[in-house]
Design a protein around this ligand. Structure first.
Ligand code: PEP
Ligand code: MG
Length: 546
C-alpha cells in the first residue's frame, strides 16, 4: 500500500481500478514548408474544426454542469479566435515557412508562459487553457482524435494533468474519480470536477505516475486529498464503512431532493447553506440548499498573504453568484479578529480579543479595507441575487456609518459608469445581546437579520467560545439566548423584515420547532445538514399546541 497526498477538490471518495489517461497528441516537429498559402489554409480549416468541437463540448457542459461552468468553453472559443494569438501563429508560418502544428505549439508555449508568470493565481491557471485550445488545433491538424483509454467499467482516471475540455469530454458514467499529478484548485478542471460531483484530487506529484499501472486498485479520497494505491484490507474495510454512511446520506438526499421546506400545517421556510470558500459551491448545489445564507468572506483574507485586491475579491464573489444562478447569496463582510487573525493586518496585542477590534470594528477603523470589499461586492451584485451582511453590530451609529459608506461606494461606481444591482439587500448579524436588545431600532435600517448564535451565546453567557473548560456553563439553549432570538424575530417582523439564523444552532433539529414557532424565516447550515433540517421541518406540525 502506498499513500500519496494531494489536494482534494471535491469531497467524496471512490475505490476502483486505475486507468492512466493517455494523451495521444502527436510529437510536434518543426518542418519547412514551401507553400505558405496552403499551410495558412490548413490552419484556418483546423481552427474552424476546433471551434466546432468546442461548441459541441459547450453544449455537453451546459447539460452536465450548468451555464456558469460551461462558460469556460465559450472563453476557449474566444481564445481560439483571439487576434493576437492568431496573428502570432500566422506570422510564424509566413515569416519562417514552418508547418502550422509547430507554429501553434510554439505560440501556445509563449502565451502560456506569459500567463504563468502573472502574479494572480487565477491568471496563472489560464496557461492550461492556452495549451488546451492549442492541443485541440494540433489534433485537428494531424487528424488525431485522443482517447481516454476507458473501455469497460468504471475507472479512476489518473493523469499528468487534465484539460477542461478533456474533463468534460470523458464519459461521466465511466469515471469514478480524477487524480492528477499537477493542476491548481483554481483551474477549470478542478471547478468542473466539483460541479460534476466526481471525487477529484489534484497535485499528488509526478512520482505517482511512475508507480501506477492500468488495472491497479486504488482509493481516491477527495475529502482528505489522499490517493491510496493498492490499499490493505483494513483500509478497504474503513473505506467501505464510510461509503455505507455516505450511501445512507445519499438515500436521504434522493428522498428529499427537490422537496419543499414546509411543515405539516403549511408553513414554509428557507434552508440555506453556510460556506467559507467559493470551492464549497459544489457541496451547496448537491445539498439542494435554496441559497447561501452565510459566506464567511474572511477566509479569502485568511488564505491570502496580503490584502486581497478589489479585482481578486470581485472574481470570487462573481463566481459564487453566477454558480448559484439567481438563488440568494448572503456574503458577510470581513469578520477578522479574535480567533481569526492574519499577520499582514498587523494586529495589536489585546487583553480580550473577542471583545476587541474585530469584524465591523476593524472595518470602520480602517475604512480603506472596507471600501475595497464593498466595491468588489457591489460590482459583483449584477451577476446574481446578492445580500451583504455586516457582523458584530452593537450600535445604531455603526450601522449609520456602514450605510453611509455603502452609499458612497455606490455613488463612486455610478460616477465611473460601473454597474451594480439596485436590488442588493443589506442586513446585519444579530450576534451581540446589544443588537438583539435594540433590534427594534436596527430593523427599519436594513432588509434582514441573521442570528449568529455562536457569538450570541458567547456574549450573552459571558463564555469564551474557544475555552473547552467552561462548556458546562455555556448552554447553547439557555433561556436568555432563546429570548433574545425571539425578541429579534418579533422586531424584524414588526418592520416587515425577514430573519434567519446562521450560527451552528440553526442545524440543531431539537430546536427547529422552537425556531419555527418564533417565526424564523430562514435557517442557514453547513451543506451536509440541509436535508436533515428539511426532514425535521417536514415532520413538524405547528398546529399541534404544546
Ligand atoms: C456566529 O457567530 O454564529 C456566526 C455565524 O459567525 P462566526 O461563527 O463566523 O463567528
Ligand atoms: Mg460570529
Amino acid at each position: 500500500m502506498t499513500t500519496f497526498k494531494g489536494k482534494g477538490v471535491y469531497s467524496a471518495a471512490a475505490m476502483g481500478r486505475i486507468r492512466v489517461f493517455r494523451r495521444q497528441g502527436a510529437q510536434v516537429r518543426r518542418q519547412k514548408i514551401t507553400d505558405t498559402a496552403a499551410e495558412l489554409l490548413r490552419f484556418e480549416k483546423a481552427k474552424a474544426e476546433a471551434i466546432a468541437q468546442l461548441r459541441k463540448i459547450y453544449e455537453k457542459a451546459l447539460r452536465e454542469v450548468g451555464e456558469a461552468n460551461a462558460a469556460i468553453f465559450d472563453i476557449h472559443i474566444m481564445m481560439t479566435e483571439d487576434e493576437d494569438y492568431n496573428e502570432a501563429i500566422t506570422e510564424m508560418i509566413k515569416s519562417q515557412s514552418v508547418n502550422a502544428e509547430y507554429a501553434v505549439a510554439v505560440t501556445a508555449d509563449n502565451f502560456a508562459e506569459i500567463f504563468a508568470s502573472m502574479d494572480d493565481p487565477y491568471m496563472q491557471a489560464r496557461a492550461a487553457d492556452v495549451h488546451d485550445i492549442s492541443n485541440r488545433i494540433i489534433d485537428c491538424l494531424t487528424g488525431n482524435r485522443g482517447d481516454s483509454g476507458i473501455t469497460d467499467g468504471k475507472v479512476i482516471i489518473c493523469a499528468d494533468d487534465l484539460a477542461p475540455s478533456e474533463t468534460v469530454s470523458l464519459d461521466k458514467s465511466k469515471v469514478l474519480a480524477f487524480v492528477t499529478a499537477h493542476g491548481s484548485s483554481n483551474s477549470h478542471t478542478a471547478i468542473l470536477a466539483r460541479n460534476m460531483n466526481i471525487p477529484a484530487i489534484i497535485g499528488v506529484g509526478e512520482d505517482f505516475l511512475d508507480i501506477i499501472n492500468d488495472g491497479d486498485t486504488a482509493i481516491a479520497d477527495g475529502s482528505t486529498g489522499e490517493f491510496i494505491l493498492n490499499p490493505d484490507d483494513e483500509t478497504v474495510l474503513n473505506y467501505e464503512r464510510r461509503q455505507q454512511e455516505e450511501a445512507e446520506k445519499k438515500e436521504l438526499l434522493r428522498k428529499l431532493k427537490g422537496k419543499e421546506n414546509i411543515t405539516k400545517d403549511g408553513r414554509k421556510i428557507d434552508i440555506f447553506a453556510n460556506i467559507g470558500s467559493a470551492d464549497n459551491i459544489g457541496a451547496v448545489l448537491l445539498s439542494d440548499a435554496g441559497g447561501i445564507g452565510l459566506f464567511r468572506s474572511e477566509f479569502l483574507y485568511l488564505e491570502s498573504s496580503d490584502y486581497p485586491t478589489e479585482e481578486e475579491q470581485f472574481r470570487v464573489y462573481k463566481r459564487v453568484l453566477e454558480s448559484m444562478a439567481g438563488k440568494k447569496v448572503i456574503i458577510r463582510t470581513l469578520d477578522i479578529g479574535a480567533d481569526k487573525q492574519a499577520a499582514y493586518f498587523n494586529p495589536e496585542k489585546e487583553e480580550n480579543p473577542a471583545l476587541g477590534v474585530r469584524a465591523i470594528r476593524l472595518c470602520l477603523n480602517r475604512p480603506e479595507i472596507f471600501r475595497t470589499q464593498l466595491r468588489a461586492l457591489y460590482r459583483a451584485s449584477v451577476f446574481g441575487r446578492l445580500g451583504i451582511m455586516f457582523p458584530m453590530i452593537t450600535s445604531v451609529w455603526e450601522l449609520q456609518e456602514i450605510l453611509e459608506l455603502c452609499r458612497e461606494v455606490k455613488a463612486e461606481l455610478s460616477a465611473d459608469g460601473t454597474e451594480y444591482s439596485g436590488d442588493t439587500e443589506t442586513g446585519i448579524m444579530i450576534e451581540t445581546p446589544a443588537a438583539a436588545l435594540i433590534s427594534d431600532r436596527l430593523a427599519p435600517m436594513v432588509d434582514f437579520f441573521s442570528v449568529g448564535t455562536n457569538d450570541l451565546i458567547q456574549y450573552t453567557l459571558a463564555c469564551d467560545r474557544q475555552n473547552p473548560k467552561i462548556e458546562r456553563f455555556c448552554d447553547p439553549k439557555h433561556e436568555a439566548v432563546m429570548r433574545l432570538i425571539k425578541f429579534s424575530a418579533e422586531n424584524a417582523h414588526k418592520h416587515g423584515k425577514w430573519i434567519g439564523i446562521c450560527g451552528e444552532l440553526a442545524a440543531d433539529t431539537e430546536l427547529t420547532e422552537d425556531f419555527l414557532r418564533m417565526g424564523i424565516d430562514e435557517l442557514s447550515v453547513s451543506p451536509s445538514f440541509v436535508l436533515k433540517v428539511r426532514e425535521k421541518v417536514r415532520n413538524t406540525d405547528l398546529a399541534n399546541k404544546r
